[in-house]
Design a protein around this ligand. Structure first.
Ligand SMILES: Nc1ncnc2c1ncn2[C@@H]1O[C@H](COP(=O)(O)OP(=O)(O)O)[C@@H](O)[C@H]1O
Ligand SMILES: Cc1ncsc1CCOP(=O)(O)O
Length: 288
């Protein structure tokens, strides 16, 4: 399937018209930014993670977002309950395996959730996606890939011309195993299912200077996936648009001689204003 770039013009408006409700079970670090970015792009966020209510909350929602960033006692129970309910009702589920591999506990937790819940989208940085693929495939990838450094991709997994083929292969194979659309982010974003790969070359270094640039992308992907099918197409366009908003925010930040605080504010503004600019022009979506 070819990506319909014309659709990029109408998608931001479509999200605003549909105002999808995104049920987030997420970390406490970036929860406010996540809620704000979902609002900024036209969705409606609800953060709810008490075991007594997650099933009902998922039932009301248009997409479920599972972010494993700060796991606690009830995380396995609530993610499994909510995820299984979403699967039963055909509601899309997005997983961010934040910091998988940093500790055995975190890895086990993610693998346990995946035993019970089918994901529609899995989004993570290079080290997270490669680690998840290694865990699920049991392939011997030790020399090829590295564990994340905390919640960030390891320096060795920075995307280069030398490693991008192996990364693309891991993304496709992870999609074959899980049936999810896989989004591996980095200098280039790789979007893959079991038979297709697109590369997104939008984005900028400044996005690495704020916490939550990955978590916020999850929120935008959730809103776009809930608003429009086919999901692969919506996810690819949303990833590129998000990167383009980063680029535009970086220009504004430089103009006012600002730092990371200014970038953060301009980035949120650009996402909020994204239905008003001609998106098609700056999107860098390519075949490998
Ligand atoms: N080196 C880079 N150059 C440009 N954009 C980047 C770079 N690294 C990451 N990004 C962008 O930052 C966002 C978050 O990606 P990433 O940092 O990989 O996720 P996480 O925050 O989960 O570690 C994505 O939109 C990605 O395209
Ligand atoms: C710093 C931190 N620690 C646990 S979750 C989290 C936020 C991670 O956000 P992102 O993966 O989007 O950078």
């Amino acid at each position: 399937m070819e990506i319909n770039l014309e659709k990029a013009k109408s998608l931001p408006r479509l999200v605003r018209e549909k105002k999808p409700l995104i049920h987030c079970i997420t970390n406490y670090v970036t929860a406010t930014d996540l809620a704000n970015v979902i609002l900024a792009c036209g969705g409606s966020p609800i953060m709810a993670d008490h075991p007594a209510e997650v099933k009902e909350m998922t039932r009301l929602s248009d997409c479920l977002l599972l972010n494993i960033g700060t796991p606690k006692q009830t995380t396995l129970e609530v993610m499994t309950k909510a995820g299984m309910e979403a699967n039963r009702l055909g509601i899309p589920v997005i997983l961010d395996p934040v910091g998988i591999g940093s500790t055995p506990f975190r890895t086990e937790l993610i693998l346990e959730v995946l035993k019970k819940v089918n994901m529609t989208i899995i989004r993570g940085n290079t080290s997270e996606i490669n680690t998840l693929y290694s865990e699920l495939s049991k392939a011997n990838t030790e020399k090829l890939f590295h564990l994340p450094r905390g919640v960030d991709a390891s320096d060795e997994d920075r995307m280069t011309e030398d490693n991008i083929s192996a990364f693309m292969e891991a993304a496709v194979l992870l999609s074959s195993i899980t049936k999810a659309v896989v989004v591996m982010t980095g200098a280039t974003d790789i979007i893959a299912d079991k038979e297709r790969i697109y590369l997104v070359k939008n984005g900028c270094q400044e996005m690495l200077g704020i916490t939550g640039s990955g978590c916020m992308l999850d929120g935008v992907l959730a809103a776009y996936a809930a608003a429009s099918d086919p999901i692969f197409e919506s996810v690819t366009i949303a990833t590129a648009l998000y990167g383009l908003c980063g680029e535009r925010a970086a220009i504004k930040t430089k103009e006012c001689k600002g730092g990371t605080g200014s970038f953060h504010r301009f980035f949120m503004d650009e996402i909020n204003l994204s239905s008003q600019f001609e998106q098609k022009g700056g999107l860098k979506i390519e075949l490998p």
